[in-house]
Write a protein that binds this ligand. Structure first.
Ligand SMILES: *[C@@H]1O[C@H](CO)[C@@H](O)[C@H](O)[C@H]1NC(C)=O
Ligand SMILES: *[C@@H]1O[C@H](CO)[C@@H](O)[C@H](O)[C@H]1NC(C)=O
Ligand SMILES: *[C@@H]1O[C@H](CO)[C@@H](O)[C@H](O)[C@H]1NC(C)=O
Ligand SMILES: *[C@@H]1O[C@H](CO)[C@@H](O)[C@H](O)[C@H]1NC(C)=O
Length: 205
């Protein structure tokens, strides 16, 4: 295997901030690799209108999935200025409360493709996020799936990485999951550390 999992805890706050801004404010762990960031391409000519609507988080690296969070979904809405607003929601199995947070989404630079910066009012944005974004859309067909990735280099040969599969369906077909895993592999991404997000035991919908 090209990349190696390093561990989970005791990361710098800088990294926490970077990762936590992607879907919500709470993070316990991230995935660190003994590797430099892979060379990835993001979606070009990103169509915010087509991307708007609801996405369910089917799988992601730990760190995005708080130990108490299940039923994570993202609802994107077009704004009059052409940017997206996002409402991220989840069920907290500890507090038994359906929680959500509103954020805004913008393209870092249209010429860079779908490198998006997602900001929440309560989370500061670091320098590297404001120049490189914190939500890289690697692939989407807009109607079924999207593959989201983020890589932050730390040190000479270490990087923090985040990978997620979002679906328009809360329960995508098993065949769809196989397809996504194949796509991730052909993009050179490591799906070993993906964890399913529980979309079954949702006390709503
Ligand atoms: C960087 O990591 C790769 C992959 O684990 C390894 O092959 C390489 O030797 C490492 N380089 C350094 C300078 O540690
Ligand atoms: C998504 O957000 C829009 C705008 O706030 C709202 O009208 C719509 O009902 C939301 N959809 C879902 C499924 O929550
Ligand atoms: C879930 O609720 C617990 C309290 O029961 C709280 O400590 C934790 O921060 C909450 N998680 C999120 C993501 O809000
Ligand atoms: C993608 O979604 C469209 C519209 O919902 C559907 O017709 C098509 O079969 C889906 N394709 C895949 C590969 O899931």
């Amino acid at each position: 295997m090209r990349q190696q999992y390093r561990g989970t805890s005791a990361f710098s706050c800088f990294v926490c901030l970077l990762i936590l801004c992607v879907t919500k404010q709470s993070v316990k762990t991230q995935v660190a690799f003994d590797a430099v960031c892979p060379d990835v391409n993001v979606v070009q000519n990103f169509d915010a209108q087509k991307y708007s609507g609801v996405w369910f988080e089917i799988e992601s690296y730990p760190g995005m999935i708080d130990e108490f969070d299940i039923c994570v979904s993202l609802n994107y809405t077009m704004q009059t200025d052409g940017n997206l607003q996002v409402s991220s929601s989840w069920f907290n199995t500890s507090s038994k409360v359906h929680e959500s947070i509103q954020g805004s989404v913008r393209l870092i630079n249209p010429s860079l493709g779908a490198k998006l910066l997602v900001t929440f009012p309560t989370s500061p944005v670091s320098q590297s996020m404001s120049t490189d974004g914190n939500f890289w859309l690697l692939e989407t067909d807009y109607v079924n799936y999207s593959i989201v990735f983020l890589c932050l280099p730390v040190g000479s040969n270490i990087s923090f990485q985040y990978l997620s599969y979002l679906s328009r369906e809360r329960f995508p077909f098993a065949a769809g999951l196989n397809f996504i895993h194949q796509r991730m592999e052909s993009l050179g991404l490591d799906r070993t550390f993906l964890k399913p997000n529980d979309q079954i035991n949702c006390p709503f919908n």
